[in-house]
Design a protein around this ligand. Structure first.
Ligand SMILES: Nc1ncnc2c1ncn2[C@@H]1O[C@H](COP(=O)(O)OP(=O)(O)OP(=O)(O)O)[C@@H](O)[C@H]1O
Ligand SMILES: [Mg+2]
Length: 294
């Protein structure tokens, strides 16, 4: 009997970028299988090749060797079933926030939703990311974090089979970030879509993921280790802060990054944990004072 196709499969992927000094091998032998509805985070040092992996799944880059299959079909071009939230928010500058989302919604729902249903849907998604007050502003009239939120609304509004998110919450303040992380967990539970998210934030990776894929340093980067995050859902960030299993996972990721894949300028794990604890404390104090001010 033939096996049903895997949902998303990267097999023996290499990519060589042409450079003036000859080809640069960014990825070598990347293998990864992802199940339908799984939430996978990619983590690794800057420049290791995380965005490149995402761009291959998005169909924006073509692997030099090996390839990517989605539900048994080869990925070789972008498609609306794979929505991307780009690392450097990519909105069309001549369109308002509303129109940027509308463009994607028309592409996906143009034949199935009426005009008023589409309007409601666009507004709903912009309000999810707290951008309903600035719907009619153009990208050059809003901040970087706000542009990022419009990009997230645009991707969510497409109800894609696969969401590809490149550091989606990196430019946001702590409260907005926490709110959007929670919304994303809820939306993903309802829609059962597959998410691949790149992050530099260890807590974000552990809180959101079913698996964390840790990449080795480049050039010729590959999958180093994969950590299964076996924490029950729904997950509550406050309850998890004192959970020993949660902290064990967190430590495993830090160990991978700051011991096993240490770069000359990266701190040791204990120093990094101390720094992260300080950063966390600062964030909690900041959130509390922001809550008081609101
Ligand atoms: N189009 C390109 N042409 C040439 N080299 C490229 C290209 N895209 C990426 N690279 C190189 O491939 C490597 C991986 O880049 P990539 O953007 O995937 O890293 P990353 O892990 O996403 O980094 P960061 O965390 O800083 O975003 C880097 O050395 C980068 O310079
Ligand atoms: Mg990147």
């Amino acid at each position: 009997m033939t096996q049903p196709p895997k949902h998303l499969e990267l097999t023996q992927v290499d990519i060589d970028f042409p450079t003036p000094n000859g080809p640069f091998k960014a990825l070598q032998d990347v293998n990864l299988t992802i199940n339908k509805g799984e939430f996978v985070s990619l983590i690794g040092h800057s420049g290791c090749g995380k965005s490149t992996v995402l761009n291959i799944v998005a169909g924006l880059y073509q692997a030099t060797k090996g390839g990517c299959l989605l539900d048994g079909k080869e990925v070789n071009a972008p498609g609306p079933e794979r929505a991307v939230v780009f690392q450097n928010h990519s909105l069309l500058p001549w369109l308002t926030a509303y129109e940027n989302v509308e463009l994607a919604v028309k592409q996906v729902f143009g034949k199935t939703k009426s005009k008023s249903e589409m309007r409601e849907w666009i507004e709903h998604n912009l309000s999810l990311v707290h951008m309903d007050h600035a719907m009619d502003k153009r990208p050059d009239e809003i901040s970087g974090g706000m542009k990022q939120r419009v990009g997230i609304a645009r991707a969510l509004a497409m109800e894609p089979t696969v969401m590809l998110m490149d550091e989606p919450f990196g430019a946001l303040d702590a409260l907005t970030r926490a709110h959007l992380q929670d919304s994303l967990m809820e939306i993903q539970k309802d829609l059962n879509n597959t998410v691949i998210m790149i992050t530099h934030d260890v807590d974000e990776a552990v809180l959101l993921s079913d698996r964390i894929v840790m990449m080795t340093n480049g050039p010729a980067a590959s999958v180093g280790e994969i950590l299964n995050i076996d924490l029950p859902r729904p997950r509550d960030r406050l309850a998890l802060a004192d959970d020993p299993t949660y902290n064990h996972y967190r430590h495993e990721v830090l160990k991978f990054l700051y011991e096993k894949q240490r770069t000359p300028d990266s701190p040791k794990t204990e120093d990094k944990e101390k720094n992260e604890d300080v950063a966390q404390d600062v964030q909690v104090i900041k959130s509390k004072s922001e809550e008081k001010a609101a």
